[in-house]
Design a protein around this ligand. Structure first.
Ligand code: TRP
Length: 358
């Protein structure tokens, strides 16, 4: 699929009426439990940061209970081997901590370290039809971009596994990007069907109905105008140094029109760069484009490079410092797994009870 087709495929899944955006009022922060996560396939990039990472930190700082998942089993959906898994996992934790997630307040864990979470996959899979699994637009998109010769079974079932990620801790809010909305729909379907089929004796439902918490930032495209992705080589990593940042942005695609404007549908490449500078400067993209005016692509890129490097300097300094203590990163994961296991064990016991397994 071309990048343009990708955008269409993901955009066709509309937000559920109950989904929230980052600017919607949350009410009492302590009434929510938030879970979100990332695949440990490489460093997080600026799209992750503006799309979800900074919202997670905002939620944490508001006092919402946070679970942040390193989705290590999800890595083997579209590749045969989870390459350098431990290293990527630690680096993901590093990105989290550098961005401001605080392991004292947020539970950071890898789902392979939580057996009871994974066991929920079995009853959950029985609640979803094969036809539903094969219709998932995000899965279809990933299959189109996969380098594997054959599509494996996990590729079709991982959205149900993701439902287990969300439901094991009974999260009600899931901060995600637009492309994850089909998976949220799966989680809601699983929760609803499970509750209908297996209510508690007193009628109580086991699982809440999880809602997406969508970023208020417009989707940040990669340096080629397509979806920003570590695997597509069009992303600036959060922890990239200033020279690397400059090199990647200098190599970004632009167009022949010297006048810089913000027009995402007609000029995706130029608009992506304008948007990136605007997000870093906390200004409207129109104002940033206006200021560059007839300066052309060279002036635009200079502005973007400066804005990114300036905005991320403190985060990158913190990241470099944290990177010197790998033992601490592993300890964060151990502590997180301990908390997540206690919750997953309790949920699995409840699931087995309502199913009549004990
Ligand atoms: N699928 C998500 C991604 O690729 C990662 C993920 C796994 C996730 N489990 C999750 C996100 C649960 C939110 C909730 O980015």
């Amino acid at each position: 699929m071309t990048p343009a087709a990708t955008a269409t495929a993901t955009a066709t899944t509309a937000a559920d009426a109950s989904d929230l955006t980052a600017t919607d009022p949350l009410g009492d922060p302590s009434s929510h439990r938030v879970l979100t996560g990332d695949r440990p396939t490489g460093p997080l990039h600026l799209g992750h940061y503006f799309g979800t990472l900074r919202n997670r930190v905002r939620l944490q700082d508001q006092g919402v209970e946070m679970f942040v998942l390193v989705a290590d089993y999800q890595v083997i959906t579209d590749r045969d081997i989870a390459d350098r898994l431990a290293e990527h996992t630690e680096n993901l934790v590093l990105d989290y901590l550098a961005a401001g997630l605080d392991p004292e307040r947020a539970t950071i864990f890898a789902h392979s370290a939580v057996p009871a979470l994974n066991q929920l996959l079995l009853p959950f899979l029985s609640l979803v039809s094969v036809a539903e699994l094969s219709r998932n637009p995000t899965v279809k998109d990933e299959i189109a971009h996969s380098s594997q010769a054959a599509v494996n079974g996990l590729m079709f079932t991982y959205p149900v596994h993701q439902a287990a990620d969300i439901l094991f801790c009974k999260a009600d809010l899931v901060p995600v990007g637009q492309d994850q909305l089909p998976h949220l729909e799966v989680a809601r379907t699983v929760a609803r069907r499970f509750n209908e089929r297996y209510p508690h004796a007193d009628g109580r439902a086991v699982f809440p109905r999880p809602r997406a918490l969508l970023s208020d930032a417009p989707m940040l495209p990669g340096t080629d105008g397509g979806k920003m992705s570590k695997s597509r080589g069009n992303a600036v990593a959060l922890g990239a140094d200033e020279d690397t940042t400059a090199r990647i942005i200098r190599g970004a695609k632009t167009d022949a029109d010297r006048r810089i404007t913000y027009d995402p549908s007609a000029r995706p490449e130029v608009s992506g760069l304008v948007l990136l500078a605007a997000l870093c400067q906390e200004r409207d993209p129109e104002a940033v484009a206006e200021e560059i005016g007839d300066g052309g692509a060279a002036a635009l890129k200079r502005t973007v490079i400066e804005s990114v490097n300036e905005h991320f300097r403190p985060l990158r300094a913190r990241r470099a410092e944290l990177a010197t203590d790998r033992g601490h990163l592993r300890q964060v994961l151990r502590d997180g797994a301990e908390r997540a296991n206690a919750i997953a064990d309790a949920t699995l016991a409840e699931v087995r009870e309502v199913m009549g397994a004990i």
